[in-house]
Design a protein around this ligand. Structure first.
Ligand SMILES: C[S@@+](CC[C@H](N)C(=O)[O-])C[C@H]1O[C@@H](n2cnc3c(N)ncnc32)[C@H](O)[C@@H]1O
Ligand code: SF4
Length: 320
């Protein structure tokens, strides 16, 4: 079985985005841990996501160059989500030599909304980075985290995507912190519902859409109606391995339940462990960990989304 790996190069960051829950962590994955991950990755990994918390490019050019060399005999596809502030000629050259897709988090195409959310970043620099990536033949995407500051205008990123020749566009939304989340209204649900066909109409692919929105589930790239979220299950925790910059392993990048540390136990042992099996069962039980109860991938989170519980009856019976 091949896993999707989520590797955290560093927890350091150069921005302070409005919705980001990153604390004052300050670690970079060591060369020893890179080796441990790489030994396993080329046998068991299909897609490698090189980001979790923090800005991955802050781990440095040497970190990435070393990591790619270690994984070079495997058939691995890399995805790096970045705030786009640090891409230079050297990074772009390196990424162009491996199978690296770059996803730029932009959150808004409007400079003032952008600056309000992505505190410390500049849309001009993102545009420069996108241009540089294209010149070097790197596949690019943009990603928008929908929250109360951009919910009225998030669809504007489509025009930005078209005019900057990106390959795909992704959407997610903020559940926590509540201070940044928005209240679902029929109009907002409608905006999400229309998004996949608008993407398609613009000739763009998707690099991630919410699996669930109130009353709807994403299936084959389209949202379909479904009623109350009962008997949902999480498959994510069976095919994902996340390794933080200090070697802690978990089965979901959203769930900080650590099953072991690669400094102390091998990945092969962890995969056979009782701890892993129990966690996967707990996640898929009637009483999953609290974090899973707000997850919009598994769908459990629908009942705790702001606005959903209160208005689900009207969503179901009238509007949709
Ligand atoms: C944690 S960041 C790490 C990579 C990089 N620093 C960046 O900003 O793209 C990965 C993605 O998570 C999104 N994100 C940050 N805080 C979030 C939150 N509270 N809920 C949902 N997504 C969030 C970011 O907008 C970004 O697209
Ligand atoms: S750039 Fe990424 S990691 Fe840094 S504060 Fe923003 S969302 Fe968080």
């Amino acid at each position: 079985m091949k896993y999707d790996f989520w590797i955290e190069p560093t927890t350091q960051c150069n921005l302070k985005c409005k919705m980001c829950t990153l604390g004052h962590e300050n670690s970079v994955m060591s060369e020893k841990l890179q080796n441990i991950v790489a030994q396993y990755a080329h046998k068991a990994c299909k897609n490698m996501h090189l980001y979790l918390r923090g800005e991955p490019l802050l781990a440095g050019l040497k970190w990435f160059s070393n990591f790619f060399k270690l994984n070079n005999d495997g058939d691995v596809y890399y995805k790096v989500i970045t705030n786009g502030m640090l891409l230079d000629q050297s990074f772009a050259h390196l990424f162009s030599q491996y199978n690296v897709d770059l996803i730029f988090s932009i959150d808004s195409a409007d400079p003032s909304t952008f600056s309000r959310i992505r505190r410390g970043a500049s849309l001009d620099t993102i545009e420069f980075s996108l241009k540089l990536a294209h010149e070097m033949g790197i596949k690019t995407s943009i990603y928008c985290t929908v929250q109360k500051y951009n919910v009225e205008s998030f669809k504007d990123i489509l025009n930005f995507a078209i005019s900057h020749n990106v390959h795909s566009v992704g959407l997610g939304f903020v559940v926590e912190p509540r201070s940044c989340s928005f209240t679902w209204t029929p109009q907002i649900v409608q905006s999400f519902l229309e998004f996949p066909s608008q993407l398609q109409g613009a000739g763009l692919s998707s690099c991630g859409l919410p699996q669930f929105i109130p009353g709807h589930k994403l299936t084959n790239g389209k949202y379909y109606r479904f009623d109350e979220p009962t008997q949902l299950s999480c498959d994510q925790c069976r095919r994902t391995l996340c390794v933080t910059s200090s070697g802690e392993v978990s089965v979901c990048f959203k769930l900080p339940r650590i099953i072991g540390n690669l400094e102390k136990i091998s990945l092969a042992e962890l995969l056979k462990s009782e701890k892993l099996r129990c966690l996967q069962m707990k996640i898929n039980s009637d009483n999953p960990p609290d974090m899973c109860k707000v997850c919009t991938w598994s769908g459990y989170g629908l009942t705790s989304l702001p606005g959903w519980r209160m208005s689900s009856a009207s969503f179901n019976h009238h509007t949709l």
